[in-house]
Write a protein that binds this ligand. Structure first.
Ligand SMILES: Cc1ncc(COP(=O)(O)O)c(C=O)c1O
Length: 488
């Protein structure tokens, strides 16, 4: 249908030779897209999204996922891309299939990692930005979204407790952690920007055993080396032990290495532990180390007057990663990297001053051309999603969201305590509830290596274990009631 109407318009232009602009046999002033057909397609697709995704989102009787193994799914989805385009009805059928076989993360029983549920306001923000397709590098291209980002960063900075600061939205907590490692290193030796790694001492960073794996990735990606990530032991609750940190810093110094950064975690991925930030900040101050707080997961607690104490001391950090796309439910991806700084450190570290984009003599205040603080060129207006939600719910609504999540976790803990065969690993301080299911066949068995090994295997296959917080990942170790359990 589309090709037919395109052809008709092309013929029309060609017949009226005066109007046609032909280059290499291509009619330049002919239609490039059939906007009428395009609009109709969008309308029909939106109706489908409304019916199949949004209306069904809160319905517990719907499936979270119509699971198919990869080979079967390849057969069910028509994945082949052909030489000729396909008609709209066929495309709509494909859209329907994509929705059908995808995981419904909006479903009330979607229990995967660190996010769930539907936020209608952030969703509409996404629709708007997808329709406008902006890129947030310069004010002339994204005036509204740059001002929105500024407003959101300012508010997040306030919630951290800094008087002033800077920041940039970026594709996630992992990337924010990479920003932090690189910025801390730049702060330690600014000449690295021009001179590179050669001539530098062996740089060492410190983080806890329970940190997110992105710290290791950051070390390898940035040429620091994973062996130069010194993992500090945690206590039985998964919190970094400050005395161990200080010992490791001293060890690195004795080795002739150059310690430059401590990355504390507020809300560890598995246990939801919060490192003791004040004690860690004291050590950073004593040894002149940059303190980064990975609050990708736990940062949301800052919105709650009741629970923000979990991050006591966060205002002493030099930088913070905080993901509103986790508990606060702004759509993925939505993450801020925030820096306590008033000297334009971010820009000095990351700018490349591309003269085709960031001219200094524009007709407006070019400090709004914030794109040069970023490692990206094209960048999505992620702050807008969080801004819409914040506007819709207010700070009080966001606070309620956090309080509710923690209250639900509390409820689950009490239920686990009451039920036979369930054993809590520890009383959580956040929403991560870690527990073992002890199957009837093991309940009377003496607890020894054999028991734990069997339990591990049984946990692996037990059908109720599709909540990954219950599973220890391969090679992952956890202290449980004084024992260290390592899953092979
Ligand atoms: C503590 C922590 N840091 C960083 C990340 C990574 O965040 P993202 O998935 O946005 O890259 C996670 C994700 O679960 C996390 O739990």
């Amino acid at each position: 249908m589309k090709e037919a109407s395109d052809d008709a318009e092309k013929r029309e232009v060609l017949q009226n030779k005066k109007k046609a602009v032909l280059v290499d046999g291509v009619v330049l002033n002919g239609p490039t897209t059939d906007s009428k057909a395009g609009e109709k397609f969008v309308e029909e697709a939106c109706r489908l999204i409304m019916e199949e995704v949004i209306r069904k989102a809160p319905d517990v009787t719907e499936k979270v996922c119509e699971w198919q193994p990869p080979e079967k799914l390849k057969e069910l989805l028509d994945l082949e891309m052909r030489d000729t385009g396909e008609p709209h009805q066929r495309l709509l059928k494909l859209c329907r299939d994509v929705i059908r076989y995808s995981v419904k993360t909006n479903h009330p029983r979607f229990f995967n990692q660190l996010y769930a549920g539907i936020d209608y306001y952030s969703l509409v923000a996404r629709f708007i930005t997808e329709a406008l397709n902006p890129s947030v590098y310069t004010y002339e291209v994204s005036p509204v979204f740059l001002l929105v980002e500024e407003a959101v960063l300012k508010k997040m900075i306030e919630f951290i407790g800094w008087k002033e600061g800077d920041g940039i939205f970026n594709p996630g907590g992992s990337v924010s952690n990479m920003y932090a490692v690189n910025l801390a290193r730049y702060n330690y030796c600014p000449e690295i920007k021009e001179k590179g790694l050669s001539g530098l001492p062996r740089l060492v960073l410190f983080t806890s055993e329970e940190c997110h794996y992105s710290m290791k990735k950051a070390a390898s990606f940035l040429g620091i080396g994973t062996e130069n990530v010194y993992f500090v032991e945690t206590d039985g609750r998964g919190k970094m032990i400050p005395e161990e940190l200080e010992e490791q810093v001293q060890r690195a110094r004795k080795e002739g290495a150059a310690p430059f950064l401590v990355s504390a975690t507020s809300g560890t991925t598995v246990l939801g532990a919060f490192d003791p930030l004040n004690e860690i900040a004291d050590i950073c101050a004593k040894y002149g180390l940059w303190l980064h707080v990975d609050a990708s997961w736990g940062g949301s607690a800052l919105m709650s007057r009741k629970h923000r104490k979990l991050l006591n001391g966060v205002q002493r950090a030099n930088s913070v990663a905080w993901n509103p796309h986790k508990m606060l439910m702004a759509g993925i991806q939505c993450c801020a990297f925030l820096v306590k700084d008033k000297s334009d450190l971010l820009k000095r570290c990351y700018s490349a001053k591309a003269s085709y984009l960031f001219q200094e003599d524009k007709f407006y205040d070019v400090s709004y051309d914030t794109g040069d603080k970023s490692i990206q060129c094209s960048r999505r207006p992620d702050a807008f999603k969080f801004w819409m939600t914040w506007k819709a719910l207010g700070t009080e609504g966001l606070e309620e969201r956090v309080n509710r999540a923690l209250a639900l976790a509390r409820y689950l803990v009490e239920e686990i305590k009451k039920r036979e065969g369930f054993r809590l690993l520890l009383d959580p301080e956040y929403t991560n509830v870690c527990f073992w299911y002890i199957p009837p066949s093991l309940r009377n068995m003496e607890e020894g290596p054999d028991f734990w090994e069997k339990l591990n295997l049984q946990v692996k296959f037990f059908p109720g274990t599709d909540d990954p917080k219950m599973i220890l990942w391969p090679g992952r170790s956890l202290k449980t009631r004084g024992r260290r359990i390592v899953r092979s």
